[in-house]
Design a protein around this ligand. Sequence first.
Ligand SMILES: [Fe+2]
Length: 135
Amino acid sequence: MDKISWKDEYSVGIKEIDAQHKKLINIMNRLIEMRNARVDSELISETLTEMTEYASKHFETEEKYMVEYDYPDYDAHKKVHKEFKKKTAFFCVDTMSHKETIPIEILTFLKDWWINHILKSDMKYKEFFREKGVV
Ligand SMILES: [Fe+2]
């Protein structure tokens, strides 16, 4: 599986959120690298946990901006975050019990989810925050 390269088109125009998206891509890339080599099962568990924990922190940041500026699509966006958290919590427990490698379905889901989420759901707020003068 190819790693994810940051592209300018991923930028939502808010520095703090772009930095968090870059960090999430970095964690995803470490997981992708692990898929290609045999690694310690502890490291897989730790990195998956790191991703889910950082994802939660990141969602809180996005939601904080949305509440502060009264973003109209807040409820729907929050719901998407909640569904991701539920799904990944389930995945992580399942993967940790296998302890050998990260199932390709999980990596594919995570990689597609983040890219789609940034390019579709997050991009919807780009113009809104730009108009509010948030950078
Ligand atoms: Fe989001």
